[in-house]
Design a protein around this ligand. Structure first.
Ligand SMILES: C[S@@+](CC[C@H](N)C(=O)[O-])C[C@H]1O[C@@H](n2cnc3c(N)ncnc32)[C@H](O)[C@@H]1O
Length: 251
């Protein structure tokens, strides 16, 4: 058993609230306790910073190189379609209906302009990604960037393989795949990895070794052209991940 993560989460939110205290209240002691709890979050923040930097830089590089279609798979509340909005560039965001509906509702309520974004609700375990894209402004004749960050972890190996293969078969020459994988030091047998849950109960299902990632991508028609591995010392606080840029292999 580990100390409660939810209790730490609650304490850290409370730490930001203006609150009353007694004249003898030990605010310094309280502050030191909160600072020590916050330090426990630091490894995950460093991990997310590394992941965000990799995908931000890669996406910007692709836009600079002239790619004008960005498909964000499992987009969640990723705000890159806003942050990296650029003339002539179209974004398609795909996610499960509930999360996507909530995001769209928030953006509309906030009056944020989303005319350059198509929102397509889909479940990768059920829907074919190219069928989903065919219902949007996505143009299969033009190269695209497919961004899949922090998503494959939640899909079974069979769904991961199908998704990556379909993306490759529907991607025009010059397209790029930007993708992260959860890394497990154990042998490349995703079906044997125990199911794990994150704080919101989502099941973590697919873990690979770096060699298995390489083999998987190539078997799906993608050729890794850059990989990055955040510091192994983060392993205790979070899953280690591999970030990959891949180009369509010549078939
Ligand atoms: C950890 S979040 C990452 C969100 C976003 N990519 C980011 O980095 O901020 C994983 C996302 O994958 C989506 N997802 C999980 N399983 C999915 C599925 N079967 N089909 C479509 N989206 C899925 C979730 O709804 C969630 O938004």
């Amino acid at each position: 058993m580990r100390p409660s993560a939810s209790a730490r989460h609650v304490a850290l939110i409370r730490a930001r609230l203006p609150r009353p205290h007694t004249p003898a209240g030990d605010l310094r002691g309280e502050h030191r306790l909160h600072a020590s709890l916050a330090a426990d979050n630091a490894p995950f923040e460093r991990f997310l910073a590394a992941r965000t930097e990799f995908f931000d830089q890669e996406l910007l590089g692709a836009l600079r190189a002239g790619l004008a279609q960005v498909v964000i798979l499992g987009a969640g509340y990723d705000s890159r379609a806003l942050r990296f909005k650029a003339p002539g560039v179209r974004f398609v965001e795909i996610d499960l209906p509930v999360t996507q509906a909530d995001k769209v509702r928030r953006l509309r309520a906030l009056d944020v302009s989303v005319g350059h974004i198509d929102f397509a609700a889909a479940d990768f375990t059920v829907h074919r990604v190219m069928d989903v894209l065919s219902e949007t402004t996505f143009d299969p004749m033009r190269p695209a960037v497919f961004l899949c960050e922090g998503v494959l972890l939640y899909l079974r190996h069979r769904t991961v393989t199908t998704l990556l293969t379909e993306l490759r078969s529907g991607a025009a020459p010059g397209s790029l795949l930007l993708v992260s994988f959860a890394i497990d030091g154990r042998p490349p047998s995703p079906s044997l990895s125990p199911l794990r849950h994150n704080a919101s109960g989502e099941q973590r299902q697919s873990f690979y070794t770096p060699a298995a990632v390489d083999e998987l991508l190539r078997s799906c028609g993608w050729r890794p052209t850059r990989t990055d591995h955040p510091d192994h010392s983060l392993a205790e606080a979070t899953d280690i991940a591999l970030f990959v840029r891949a180009a369509g292999a010549v078939t």
